[in-house]
Write a protein that binds this ligand. Structure first.
Ligand code: PLP
Length: 250
């Protein structure tokens, strides 16, 4: 049977752990056919980011046109966007982007800045599934989001801007907050003790997109994605790929 087509609009990670590379691995592992629009090329490995080259907006638009004009895209995940013109491009094409999941990528695992809240924040006005971690939620709202109570109120405030659902992830807390249909749900998981979590945010949002493409309701898609990330973290927990924190397994 022909697999569902899922699109990632995101940055490339030469180290293979996050960004486009994590997204395509997730799509393949979960049975979708992955397509990609690359917004930036990053030079990085497990130790950090050494260069960022944004792809010009006309080339981003050409990739998007090439994919959308031919392939029946059933869900779209947006990751790293560093250029306001690319955020505007995505906003202008939002009606052509079904089952949109937006991961507001701001800082690389190793600390380098990959995006600005003011740029990716444009997309919070649209009916997407928004998946910030609590630091990204805080940056989008202009305040600190640390405790579970703050995660719950941040999710509600972000949902009021336009998304159809918001998941504020707690990373090392293994506790996420889903705001959907006017109500907050706490999603608990088993914490995995590992430094190898590079790409877990990318993997989470990509897995949600695959499950939405398959027809899951939002809460089921989020629960399945959380279980997939947890499995990946456990699978890669003892890997030694480079000298720094590595990625999760797919
Ligand atoms: N996108 C790119 C290109 C990245 O390099 C990174 C992190 O380094 C991310 C996204 C976000 O990664 P994570 O899933 O670890 O939050």
């Amino acid at each position: 049977m022909t697999p569902p087509v899922v699109l990632t609009i995101a940055g490339s990670d030469s180290g293979g752990g996050a960004g486009i590379q994590a997204d395509l691995k997730t799509f393949a592992a979960l049975g979708a056919f992955g397509t990609s629009v690359i917004t930036a090329i990053t030079a990085q490995n497990t130790l950090g980011v050494t260069a960022i080259h944004p792809v010009p907006v006309d080339v981003v638009a050409a990739q998007l046109d090439a994919v959308l004009s031919d392939l029946p895209v059933a869900a779209v995940k947006v990751g790293m966007i560093s250029d306001p013109a690319v955020a505007e491009l995505i906003a202008s094409r939002v009606d052509d982007l079904p089952n949109l999941v937006v991961d507001p990528v701001l800082v690389a695992t190793a600390g380098s800045r990959l995006g600005e809240a003011a740029v990716v924040g444009v997309l919070t006005a649209y009916p997407c599934v928004l998946t910030p971690n609590r630091h990204e939620a805080g940056a989008l709202l202009g305040r600190r989001v640390e405790s579970v109570e703050e995660m719950v109120s941040a999710a509600a405030e972000l949902a009021a801007l336009g998304p159809r659902a918001v998941v504020v992830t707690g990373s090392e807390l293994a506790l996420d907050v889903l705001h959907f249909d006017g109500a907050a749900t706490l999603l608990r998981g088993e914490p995995v003790m590992t430094e190898n979590n590079h790409g877990s945010g990318c993997t989470f949002s990509s897995a949600i997109a695959v499950r939405l493409a398959a027809g899951d309701p939002v809460p089921d898609a989020v629960a399945a994605a959380k279980a997939y990330v947890n499995r990946g973290l456990r699978g890669g927990s003892s890997w030694r790929l480079g000298a720094g924190p590595g990625p999760l397994d797919h």
